[in-house]
Design a protein around this ligand. Sequence first.
Ligand code: AMP
Ligand code: MG
Length: 355
Amino acid sequence: MGSSKAGERPSGKAAKKSRKESAKKSGRKSAKKDSAKKDSANKAVAVAPPFPATGPGRLPAPKPAPGHLQERRTGAGPSSATEAFRVPRLVPPFSSWSTVGADIGPESEKQAEKAMEDISERLAQLQERLYAQGQAGDRRRVLVILQGMDTSGKDGVTRHVLDAVNPLGLHLASFKKPTAEELAHDFLWRIEKQVPEPGVIGVFNRSQYEDVLVVRVHELVPPAVWGKRFAQINAFERRLYRQGVTVLKCFLHISPETQKERLLARLDDPEKYWKYNPGDVDERAYWDAYQAAYADVLRRCNTLVAPWHVIPSDEKWYRNWAVAQLLVETLERIDPQFPPADFDVEAERARLEQL
Ligand code: AMP
Ligand code: MG
């Protein structure tokens, strides 16, 4: 988790303000440099200075791996969110993933707001079509899987991205510590029950992946048990694919500094106390173990039928835009269509006019 200590910075809000101001002054490029700093801080957590690290002694940014996102960004830039955020077949080292925005999409909160208006409209249209064709017997549906450290924004994405979507065609599920009943079954038992019906967009806030993340980090089952789960998850997702479920897996990637800011912000505001869980601070102590577990998830479960996407999530507006855009692109690939009438339209009109 980095060497951050309490009291380094006056408060989460002040820190955020100064971060925003410095980003404003030097534009987005510096935000990217910050990202490199953060990445290097992520990589060498035990020795890296706390963010924002400046001056001598700062660790150099790690070199991007071949085919890595950042390398592509220096060229023509990705042409879609899918291309920008999808984890490539040759998975780059975890430490080189950026937690701030890429060379695609909005460059400011204001731009993001504007972009989200169009995306929301598009999302609503596509969802209506998906739902309509589902009612007519088409088996296709979408399952968005949201994973990420505490405060990475799993709830925020659900709220902001799916705002425009008709609740009728939405199925939300969040997975907490399993109940006694759930524990008595295979780990996929509770997951399978929440798979969206045809025509529906499902959103998982946490998922089957907790069973190779928290379970591994806290040694809740022996390695021999969780070790087999990567293959079991891949088989499960292949099964979903064959059933017409497009799985959109998003890892909301934040830096440890962002998490600290967000946890502090919850303590600064009595209206956010309810979001604060003292247990999150305990979990934070396991930052490195979680990152290692996530690295394995990205490496071992990045399949052709259900690839992972890494969403830079230090800026909430960028994160929301990225997931919304990915979802739109996913639905556009499905290209849902309103089903044709299975009745005689003119005859029905005539019948109604007579009544
Ligand atoms: P939250 O998402 O903040 O409501 O917290 C849910 C908690 O449930 C997190 O600490 C998760 O790590 C935990 N959790 C979710 N799935 C599992 C699981 N399969 N085994 C143990 N803990 C879990
Ligand atoms: Mg939580």
